[in-house]
Design a protein around this ligand. Structure first.
Ligand code: IPM
Ligand code: MG
Length: 359
């Protein structure tokens, strides 16, 4: 019996995790696997119910379950809160407490969606990259941080800090991943300005000695942002720190057609895996059955692969999603210019379940 902790979170989180859970149940049944689902609170939902964005017993439950499926956190209701008590803090804390330093964000273009990208179809064709983002260090967690009033002037500071151990372990994840792909790693940095990036550069270069079969390339983050819209298909594995990875993974997602399609897996040394869509809580459409559940369904496929060692089941889920799209089914976010009929979140989940049943 495999246990999965579902943390729906805020906004569209409950809607999209509901559909992903139905898909997991269906695919487990086909493979004769028993899944036990637990549910917990995170983010604003947890602030409202328990006064904290993440309670200790939820972290404990995540450790026990070993696999976590998360929706999204945050929303306008909690926007005025200081960063330390906001919904987002719950997400950052669970990543940190579970030691999930490696965030894998694959961005591929489903052929049926090449027309949904804001880029021309011929530019989009062949996009198949993996953003490997460091997730438990860097400026998100560095000390000192905070605000101060200095002689009547408001001031705020954050610290970007990495040590070589942190860089080496995420670097290894990237090189290893490249071996199962096109054997190319792009390290993204700002070494013309930041000492932190110079350290990354050194450590990644040293690591490259262990991987003579993988080609390594260093790319400045600003020019990487530019190349992602000019020639996205050239990228294979991108490895970078927490902040650059956050920004570039949204860009990578959008060029594939919609932020509503990109899944992620966060892994570490403790054996726990956390799976969540790259998109946010989309409060503007929450509770209206308009959200695209596919990024969460594809995150569930990553859960099957990485936490449940069920690569075939994972492939079936991806195939089902692909078939649904090539049959022309779309949620609103996938319809560029607003033409055509949009399915709701539940209907999209239904289509994926039907495609699974038919395979
Ligand atoms: C992401 C999100 C989070 C992040 C926020 C919600 C804290 O943008 O997972 O990309 O910055 O890591
Ligand atoms: Mg982000």
């Amino acid at each position: 019996m495999d246990r999965i902790l579902v943390l729906p979170g805020d906004g569209i989180g409950p809607e999209v995790t509901r559909e992903a859970r139905r898909v997991l149940e269906a695919v487990a049944e086909r493979h004769g696997r028993k899944l036990a689902f637990e549910e917990g609170l995170i983010g604003g939902a947890s602030i409202d119910a328990a006064g904290t964005p993440l309670a200790d017993d939820v972290v404990e439950l995540a450790r026990e379950c070993g696999a976590v499926l998360l929706g999204a956190v945050g929303g306008p209701r909690w926007d005025d809160m200081p960063v330390d008590t906001r919904p987002e803090k719950g997400l950052l804390r669970i990543r940190k407490e579970l030691g999930l330093f490696a965030n894998l964000r694959p961005a591929t273009v489903f052929p049926a969606l090449s027309g949904a990208s804001s880029l021309r179809p011929e530019v989009v064709e062949g996009i198949d990259m993996l953003v490997v983002r460091e997730l438990t260090g860097g400026i998100y967690f560095g000390e000192p941080r905070g605000r101060a009033l200095v002689e009547g002037v408001r001031e705020a500071r954050n610290t970007m800090v990495y040590d070589e151990v942190e860089v080496r372990r995420i670097g290894r994840v990237a090189f290893e991943a490249a071996r199962g792909r096109r054997r190319h790693v792009t390290h993204v940095h700002k070494a013309n300005v930041l000492e932190v990036s110079q350290l990354w550069m050194e450590v990644v270069d040293e690591l490259a000695g262990d991987y003579p079969d993988v080609e390594l390339h260093h790319q400045l983050v600003d020019s990487c942002a530019m190349l992602l819209v000019r020639e996205p298909a050239r990228f294979d594995v991108i490895v970078t720190g927490n902040l650059f990875g956050d920004i570039l993974s949204d860009e990578a997602a959008m060029i594939t057609g919609s932020l509503g399609m990109l899944p992620s897996a966060s892994l570490g040394e403790g054996g726990v895996g956390l799976y969540e869509p790259v998109h946010g809580s989309a409060p503007d459409i929450a509770g209206q059955d308009l959200a695209n559940p596919l990024a969460t369904i594809l995150s569930a496929a990553m859960l099957l692969e990485h936490s449940l060692a069920a690569p075939e089941a994972a492939a079936e889920v991806r195939d089902a999603v692909s078939r649904v799209l090539s049959d022309g089914h779309r949620t609103a976010d996938l319809i560029l210019g607003g033409d055509g009929e949009a399915l709701g979140c539940r209907q999209m989940g239904d289509r994926v379940l039907e495609a699974l049943a038919a395979s």
